[in-house]
Ligand binder design. Structure first.
Ligand code: ACO
Length: 321
């Protein structure tokens, strides 16, 4: 028994911001950003919230799967940029789309969040608890980015991507691995609520994303190929049998480095980061939706999904479409 993705959807905010526009805010250039990251532009929220984008992506995934919101049994939102501590984003989405029969909660594993949520849904289905799930990665990172820091504000974008998954008897998810390394959490961090009670006199945290870009780069290029091979091993497949590698869209040079380590042609690594930037937990489902709507995902095709990011967290999933 496993789960199969039977519908995909996505949502992007209304404002598109080019590299040239960012060069008007900080000392950078379109040429530098494209050369170092492959990113050409990104969508930025002008008021759209994580819950609103998630709800739009969910409605589009349900339409694609030809399902009603009332049929959803599990609703998982992966996000690391919620506006609200409570109610959780998943409960807000449940209300917005009318998924009244679902159990809904959020999960934060940063850029690996969607993948970890997919694995969570798989485990629930495998345990016989639920038969389907709506999984959405949604981020409005523009509110946790320091728009005066040229090292980070060029990288991120806002958006949401969703998938509907159903129990299946064959195919679907074939192998999975997840890893976390909290000892390296400082490499990519973002403060949230501060301790500001009357008894505390310590220093306030930086509320914005701070990152050691080189460390992240090295981590991704070293660990992701190992995770991919581990997941393939569990699925009983080998690297050459995979038709598409749908990776977290952090930056082009990371993906090139991973492709080189796996000795796979870059043509098997679809990318949309040039248009949307790094959208963290939304990146994989956004790209899946694009590929699905372009008709590039054929039934029976073997895919590898891989997410990696803050935590540090990373993992890979092998699936038959
Ligand atoms: N424009 C122009 N110059 C810049 C910019 C910019 N936007 N940002 C940094 N620089 C400068 C630096 O100040 C430095 O100048 P100096 O030599 O005078 O000191 C120079 O460029 C080189 O800086 P580095 O940080 O060493 O640049 P590097 O080649 O490592 O590229 C980058 C930086 C693109 C962030 C790279 O490290 C990278 O891709 N890292 C991966 C990080 C990532 O993708 N994070 C996303 C979140 S995590 C995730 O999703 C997995």
């Amino acid at each position: 028994m496993s789960i199969r993705i039977t519908g995909t959807g996505s949502a992007l905010p209304g404002r598109y911001v080019t590299n040239e526009e960012i060069a008007g805010l900080v000392d950078t250039s379109d040429e530098w950003i494209r050369e170092r990251t492959g990113i050409g532009g990104r969508y930025v929220s002008v008021g759209e919230t994580v819950a609103e984008l998630a709800a739009r992506a969910c409605v589009s995934a349900l339409e694609n799967a030809e399902k009603e919101a009332g049929e959803v049994e599990l609703l998982l939102v992966a996000t690391c940029s919620p506006e609200d501590t409570t109610p959780c984003i998943a409960c807000q989405v449940q209300d917005k789309i009318g998924a009244g029969n679902a159990v809904a909660f959020d999960l934060n594993a940063a850029c690996a969040g969607f993948l970890f949520a997919l694995h969570t849904a798989w485990a629930y289905v495998e345990a016989g608890i639920y038969r389907n799930a709506l999984i959405v990665g949604s981020e409005v990172l523009s509110k946790i980015v320091d728009w005066e820091d040229r090292g980070t504000c060029i990288l991120f974008g806002d958006g949401a991507g969703a998938v509907y998954v159903e129990k299946c008897e064959s195919g679907g998810v074939l192998g999975f691995v997840q890893h976390s390394d909290g000892s390296r959490g400082g490499v990519l961090a973002c403060g949230c609520r501060q301790i500001v009670n009357p008894y505390f006199s310590g220093k306030a945290q930086n509320p914005y994303i701070r990152m050691d870009g080189r460390e992240i780069f090295t981590f991704a290029v070293r660990q992701v190929p190992m995770a991919v091979e581990e997941a393939l091993d569990r699925a009983g497949l080998t690297v050459p049998e995979v038709e598409l590698f749908v990776l977290h869209q952090a930056n082009r040079r990371i993906i090139e480095g991973i492709a080189r380590r796996l000795s796979v042609s870059l043509e098997k690594f679809p990318m949309n980061l040039q248009k949307v930037g790094n959208t963290s937990s939304a990146a994989i489902p956004l790209l899946l939706d694009e590929l699905n709507r372009e008709g590039r995902l054929r039934e029976g095709m073997k895919l590898v999904l891989s997410g990696f990011g803050a935590g540090l967290t990373y993992g890979a999933c092998v699936l038959e479409w």
